[in-house]
Design a protein around this ligand. Structure first.
Ligand SMILES: C[S@@+](CC[C@H](N)C(=O)[O-])C[C@H]1O[C@@H](n2cnc3c(N)ncnc32)[C@H](O)[C@@H]1O
Length: 339
């Protein structure tokens, strides 16, 4: 397959595709040999599967290229982080495409005390590259090339113990398919709620959940249903007054079943499994709680991997629940606090 770069080096492969020579962490225990960076028709560069990628594969595990110390709202943190990079790293960073929306530019002006137009062109470039490519803690050299879809096939999470971002396939991905992340927590949100958030990245999403077609409208109807279920669960978790435990359990399991049917296999599904385990325990049904907690654990194995601290925490909880399920001691309500 042809590999192209966006700008002046058309005849050169994208540096991230020169796997042995240029990847900043070529010893990473991941499967980045299964992917390549390519030009897309309308989204700039993107990442594509060069082979079939089975569900659960850790496609990328990479350290940050630019790591933020402090929040990204304050652009001074971004400028300071850039200054700390080596010349080679600065060169890699400056290859990215940048975009800052009007609202962001106003925020930058407040922090820096200068109008956007009076910033140096380097300052504007460094900030807008961060805005278009930063994934919560910084910018990744390879993974920041992954485009957005509201039905993503990849899950991103930062792994503190590895000090790397990990990117896992949440379903089987076929050779030739593009890899997608969700840039927002939009699984339980309608198109109208998602797009204003995506405006910050400067594009209109055209994924199957956003397209203006009968299929897109059906998906949106189900997102509306998911949003309502999610809101009920959020109120329940905050105030505990919305429903009784049985209704809350039914709400969580209904939400999980719609998420599964819609192919939403990311963070939101994990939360639904977790809620289902919690409300099963409130009903003092330890065996059912264990079944849901095992689903949560399996989901985390797929999305995060067994070396992630969150997976390890859930693993411990499952072990404790197994012990409780096997014990003949009376139910101890304090175990509900595990959730
Ligand atoms: C994290 S970067 C992704 C890589 C980028 N395409 C590139 O060429 O380097 C985010 C930028 O990619 C583009 N992008 C990502 N997802 C998109 C989508 N679904 N539709 C159109 N553009 C998208 C937007 O320009 C966005 O600001």
């Amino acid at each position: 397959m042809g590999i192209e770069n966006t700008n002046t080096h058309q005849s050169q492969p994208h540096p991230a595709n020169q796997k042995q020579a240029s990847h900043p962490d070529s010893k990473a225990p991941d499967a980045h040999h299964l992917i390549s960076v390519q030009k897309t028709p309308s989204k700039g560069l993107g990442i594509f599967a060069e082979e079939n990628i089975p569900r659960g594969t850790r496609v990328i595990a990479e350290p940050l290229l630019l790591s933020l110390d402090g929040g990204s709202e304050d652009p001074n943190n971004i400028l300071r982080a850039f200054e700390k990079l080596s010349n080679k790293e600065k060169e890699l960073y400056l290859q990215f495409h940048g975009f800052s929306c009007q609202l962001r530019k106003k925020g930058v002006e407040r922090y820096i005390g200068k109008t956007w137009s009076r910033l140096s062109s380097l300052q504007k470039k460094v900030i807008s590259i961060y805005d278009a490519n930063g994934f919560d803690v910084g910018v990744f050299y390879l993974a920041s090339r992954i485009n957005h879809s509201c039905i993503p096939n990849i899950h991103y999470e930062f792994n503190e113990s590895l000090q790397k971002g990990t990117y896992h396939a949440v379903r089987d991905i076929e050779k030739g398919e593009e890899l997608y992340l969700s840039y927002i927590n939009g699984g339980n949100r309608t198109r109208e709620q998602r797009q204003p958030k995506l405006d910050q990245w400067g594009f209109k999403c055209n994924c199957p959940a956003c397209e203006d077609s009968e299929g897109g409208r059906m998906r949106d109807k189900r997102r509306k249903e998911m949003f309502e279920l999610d809101q009920k669960l959020a109120m329940q978790s905050q105030y505990g007054t919305e429903m009784n435990s049985m209704e809350a359990l039914k709400t969580a399991t209904k939400l999980a079943s719609i998420q599964l049917a819609e192919g939403l296999l990311n963070r939101e599904l994990r939360v639904s499994y977790h809620d289902a385990a919690k409300y099963s325990l409130e009903l003092r049904n330890v065996k059912m709680a264990l079944l849901w907690a095992e689903k949560e654990l399996e989901h985390e194995r797929i999305c995060l991997g067994e070396d992630h601290p969150v997976y390890k925490g859930t693993f411990e909880r499952v072990k404790m629940l197994e012990g409780v399920a096997e014990s003949s001691a009376p139910f101890d309500p304090s175990i509900i606090q595990w959730f």
